[in-house]
Design a protein around this ligand. Structure first.
Ligand code: AMP
Length: 167
């Protein structure tokens, strides 16, 4: 399934973005109020400049005892970003995020302008039902093939009994 076909992606509100010159405090306020785990940082033309997530707040701000009221987002945001396109496959991104240990992926258009963001949580809500239905199919297939084996063994036993009875 493509990102753009995902219901969560289409129904999401327009993402809140901040500017590189905003303070870390601004990001903390919005992330707390809106209960979100990341904020994208946009340039004037709405192209993506960076991202800041809870992990950055912990490792770059709290751990290094930086003052959120005086630290600009440009000082702590991640700029070496992996970004997705609307037509990308969801499961490919789930794999990339899992392998490379990050949980957010900004979705941009061909000019790198921000369209939205997908979090690992959004992807998981897709993959769980998918996973359960695959498990069901596997269990059914295993049961069906197990049933066939029992039938074959039973038929062989019956055949052996009949042959020994005739002879
Ligand atoms: P997360 O697991 O999303 O909280 O992010 C862990 C680290 O990876 C943080 O330093 C983030 O700034 C960074 N990060 C998050 N999303 C991306 C992304 N799409 N591309 C590159 N780095 C990212």
């Amino acid at each position: 399934m493509k990102i753009k076909d995902r219901l969560e992606f289409n129904n999401k509100l327009k993402p809140v973005c901040l500017k590189p010159e905003n303070f870390v405090r601004d990001a903390i306020n919005i992330m707390s109020e809106k209960n979100i785990g990341s904020i994208m940082i946009a340039n004037e033309d709405n192209t993506i400049a960076g991202i800041i997530t809870e992990r950055d707040l912990l490792k770059k701000v709290l751990f290094k005892k930086m003052n959120p009221d005086k630290t600009r987002l440009s000082e702590v945001m991640t700029t070496d970003l992996k970004v997705a396109k609307e037509n990308d496959d969801l499961l490919d991104w789930l794999r990339i995020m899992s392998n490379e240990r990050f949980r957010h992926v900004p979705v941009v258009d061909k000019d790198q302008k921000i369209i939205g963001i997908m979090s690992q949580g959004d992807f998981v809500s897709y993959t769980w039902p998918e996973l359960l239905s695959r498990m069901k199919e596997n269990v059914k297939a295993t049961f069906d093939s197990g049933y066939q084996i029992v039938f074959i063994v039973f038929a062989m036993l019956a055949y052996a009994l009949i042959v020994s009875w005739i002879l």
